[in-house]
Ligand binder design. Structure first.
Ligand code: ADE
Length: 254
C-alpha cells in the first residue's frame, strides 16, 4: 500500500518509522511518503493560514498550498491511479474497525491532516470531484491537529494488511472485528508466572479444556462489554442481535 501524508509537521509522523508500521515499511509492505505543506507556499513567511471569512476565532488553512500539494501527490503516484483522500477531522464519520478494514483494501491512501480550525472547504470539495474522499474522526474530542489521528489510522490499517502481523489470526478476535466476536470487547489476558503478587491466573486457563476456555472467554467478553460499553449492548438489539443478548444474559447467569 502507498501512503502519502501532507502536513506542516512532517516530524510529527516520525513514529511511522517505529515498531509494526516501521517494520512494514522496511519490508516494502507500506510505501510512505511525507510532504511538507509549506513546500507549496510562495511567500517569504511560507504562510499556510489566514483569518476565517465570516469572522470567528482561530485561523483557516489556505486553499492554494493544499491544492498544489494534492496536485503534486496525484502526479507523483502510479500512473492512471488515484488515491483515496483521508481527511482527519472531528466533524467526520467515526473511524471504526469497519472503516479501517475498508481502507486497508485500497492500494493508495493520501492523508490531509489539518491544523488550526481546518482546511478551506473548497479544497475538500474540489478533491472530491477527482478522487474518493473520506472525512473521518477518531473520537469525540478535539486534538490540536490531525497528525496524531493519521498515526492512529495508519496503525489500525497497517496491521490489517496481509503479512504485516506475524499471526494473521491475531486480529480476527479483536474487539470490534466483524464475525463471531462482533460488537464484543476482548476479555482479559494473562501470561506466566501462574501466580504474581499473590494473584493467581484464572484456573480455567490452566485446565487445557479448550471448550471451557472458549466459554469463559466469551463470558468475560460479554461482562466487559456490558460494564464498559452499554452503547454496544444497545446495538446488539438494534442489529437484531437479541440472540446475542439472551446468550449474554444466560452466560452471565442473569
Ligand atoms: N483533528 C482534531 N481532532 C480530531 C479527531 N478527533 N479526529 C480526527 N481528526 C482530528
Amino acid at each position: 500500500m502507498r501512503i502519502d501524508v501532507v502536513t506542516i509537521f512532517p516530524e510529527y509522523l516520525e513514529p511511522l518509522n517505529v515498531s509494526l508500521v516501521g517494520k512494514a515499511r522496511a519490508r516494502g509492505q507500506l510505501d510512505v511518503h511525507l510532504h511538507d505543506l509549506r513546500s507549496w507556499t510562495h511567500d517569504v513567511h511560507r504562510t499556510v493560514d489566514d483569518t476565517p471569512y465570516g469572522g470567528g476565532p482561530g485561523m483557516v488553512m489556505k486553499p492554494e498550498p493544499w491544492g498544489e500539494a494534492l496536485d503534486a501527490v496525484l502526479a507523483a503516484g502510479p500512473e492512471g491511479e488515484l488515491p483515496t483522500l483521508v481527511v482527519p477531522t472531528p466533524s467526520g464519520v467515526p473511524f471504526t474497525q469497519e472503516l479501517a478494514q475498508e481502507l486497508a483494501q485500497r492500494p493508495w491512501l493520501a492523508f490531509a491532516p489539518a491544523r488550526y480550525e481546518g482546511i478551506d472547504r473548497r479544497v475538500i470539495d474540489e478533491a472530491a470531484t477527482r478522487m474518493p474522499v473520506v472525512e473521518a474522526s477518531i473520537g469525540d474530542y478535539v486534538l490540536a491537529g490531525g497528525e496524531v489521528a493519521v498515526l492512529v489510522m495508519v496503525e489500525a490499517i497497517a496491521r490489517l494488511l496481509p503479512g504485516v502481523l506475524g499471526n494473521a489470526a491475531s486480529h480476527q478476535d479483536d474487539s470490534f472485528a466483524p464475525g463471531a466476536m462482533a460488537d464484543l470487547l476482548e476479555g482479559p489476558v494473562y501470561t506466566k508466572p501462574a501466580e504474581w503478587r499473590g494473584r493467581a491466573v484464572p484456573e480455567v486457563l490452566l485446565s487445557g479444556n479448550h471448550g471451557k476456555i472458549a466459554r469463559w472467554r466469551r463470558e468475560q467478553a460479554f461482562a466487559r462489554t456490558m460494564a464498559n460499553r452499554p452503547d454496544l449492548v444497545a446495538r446488539w438489539r438494534q442489529d437484531g442481535f437479541d440472540k446475542k443478548e439472551r446468550e449474554a444474559l444466560s452466560v452471565l447467569g442473569l
